[in-house]
Design a protein around this ligand. Structure first.
Ligand SMILES: NC(=O)c1ccc[n+]([C@@H]2O[C@H](COP(=O)([O-])OP(=O)(O)OC[C@H]3O[C@@H](n4cnc5c(N)ncnc54)[C@H](OP(=O)(O)O)[C@@H]3O)[C@@H](O)[C@H]2O)c1
Length: 251
């Protein structure tokens, strides 16, 4: 399933986030993911694994597992590279062993006047951080929203973010999951897709790569979409402001 962007290109609504993957696991994960059907990979210079992702992609392309034009590859401009975008982009391309990217995001945009409408706004959003008005604003202006951390992932990584809530253990999500015979993670992802947002969960586990991809063969009823609306806690897990920089950031 794909979404049309305002520049005429299409983006698969399910992507694999590669942040935090162990370098020695990446080749297997990417190969397995392509075999499962993932075509969209969310990368970034700051994830410091572009070279390993690039090796895995090169092998998949050379072996004929997938064609370049079937893939949608995103990378991101890091904060210290705002002054030399072309060089940073070329560096990502070299590491990823690609001739072109499908999407190049500013990893952490800072407030300034922009004259070009972006095709995609990648933001944290999941059932505990729904950001309904921002999602609607973007969609009204034909800016595709990509939901990063769509499982509230930092909450399942409390050692990294010190989170207290775990989205995929929410009792309501568990109840809805039982109703559809799915997992709470699948319900969170399907909810994201039905909001017309692209979702990019990360998993290093084969079983979960499969589980997260199996969200296109069922549909949540409106009554369940409405129930999930009620569990919003306006809870941001990516608390970047606590780690750095002293400026307002938007992600
Ligand atoms: N633009 C930005 O500033 C930004 C910020 C954050 C994230 N991102 C992007 O979003 C992607 C995803 O973010 P994220 O990793 O923070 O959060 P996430 O995808 O919401 O959650 C990932 C966590 O959930 C676990 N998980 C995955 N599938 C699961 C399942 N079916 N059941 C139970 N647990 C499951 C994973 O563990 P296992 O790996 O052990 O399965 C991992 O700990 C990143 O890789 C990155 O590409 C972008």
């Amino acid at each position: 399933m794909e979404i049309s962007l305002n520049n005429g290109f299409k983006m698969p609504m399910m992507g694999l986030g590669v942040a935090g993957m162990r370098k020695d696991e990446i080749k297997d994960i990417i190969t397995n993911a392509i075999q499962i059907g993932y075509r969209h990979f969310d990368c970034a210079a700051d994830y410091k694994n572009e070279a390993e992702v690039g090796e895995a992609l090169a092998e998949a392309l050379e072996s004929g597992l997938v064609k370049r034009e079937e893939l949608f590859i995103t990378s991101k401009l890091w904060n210290s590279d705002h002054g030399h975008v072309v060089e940073a982009c070329k560096d990502s391309l070299k590491k990823l062993q690609l001739q072109y990217l499908d999407l190049y995001l500013v990893h952490f945009p800072i407030p300034t006047k922009h004259t070009v409408k972006p095709a995609v706004n990648q933001i944290e959003t999941h059932p505990y951080f729904q950001r309904e008005s921002l999602v609607r604003f973007c969609q009204k202006h034909e800016i595709c929203v990509t939901a990063h951390t769509p499982l509230g992932g930092a909450a399942v990584n409390p050692q990294v973010f010190g989170s207290i809530y775990n989205v995929i253990q929410d009792p309501l999500l568990e109840k809805v999951a039982n109703k559809y015979g799915r997992s709470p993670a699948q319900i969170a992802l399907r909810w994201g897709i039905q909001r017309n947002t692209v979702v990019i969960p990360k998993s290093s586990k084969l079983k979960r790569l499969e589980e997260n991809f199996q969200v296109f063969d069922f549909e949540l009823k409106q009554e369940d979409m409405d129930l999930i609306k009620n569990i919003d806690k306006k809870y941001r897990t990516n608390l970047i402001s606590t780690v750095a920089w002293g400026i307002d950031i938007y992600a």
